[in-house]
Design a protein around this ligand. Structure first.
Ligand code: FES
Length: 125
């Protein structure tokens, strides 16, 4: 069963959408089910000042995307790189074991977006 938090975020996800002039973009696909997710970042002084996501996936993927963006907003890039799929699942009050793979997408897309930002600035990733 899904936790109340997962159901709430599935119904009313936060930070849905696209940032057209994003500083970093990360897209990942889930090899288990074929679902896809993209995360867009705006960065100022090494901090994530805005973040949005687009997810073509199941309810758990949407809830984890929403939670990941909430956890990452306002954090430094360094801190956001440390957000793990386990952190996201914990904040959601857990996920059914069969849905744990869905939580991989969001943290991975966030990390890819940060790497994209760093690459664009000519930093090594
Ligand atoms: Fe594909 Fe959940 S079933 S992300």
């Amino acid at each position: 069963m899904y936790s109340e938090k997962v159901l709430e975020l599935f119904r009313n996800p936060k930070n849905v959408g696209e940032i057209p002039d994003a500083d970093g973009v990360g897209t990942v696909g889930n090899p288990v089910c074929g679902d896809m997710m993209t995360i867009y970042l705006k960065v100022e002084d090494d901090k994530i000042v805005d973040i949005k996501f687009k997810t073509f996936g199941c309810g758990a993927a949407i809830a984890t995307s929403s939670m990941t963006t909430e956890l990452a907003k306002g954090k430094t890039l360094e801190e956001a790189m440390k957000i793990t799929r386990a952190d996201v699942a914990d904040e959601l009050g857990g996920l059914p074991p069969i849905k744990m793979h869905c939580s991989n997408l969001a943290a991975d897309a966030l990390h890819e977006a940060i790497k994209d930002y760093r690459r664009k600035r000519g930093e090594k990733v």
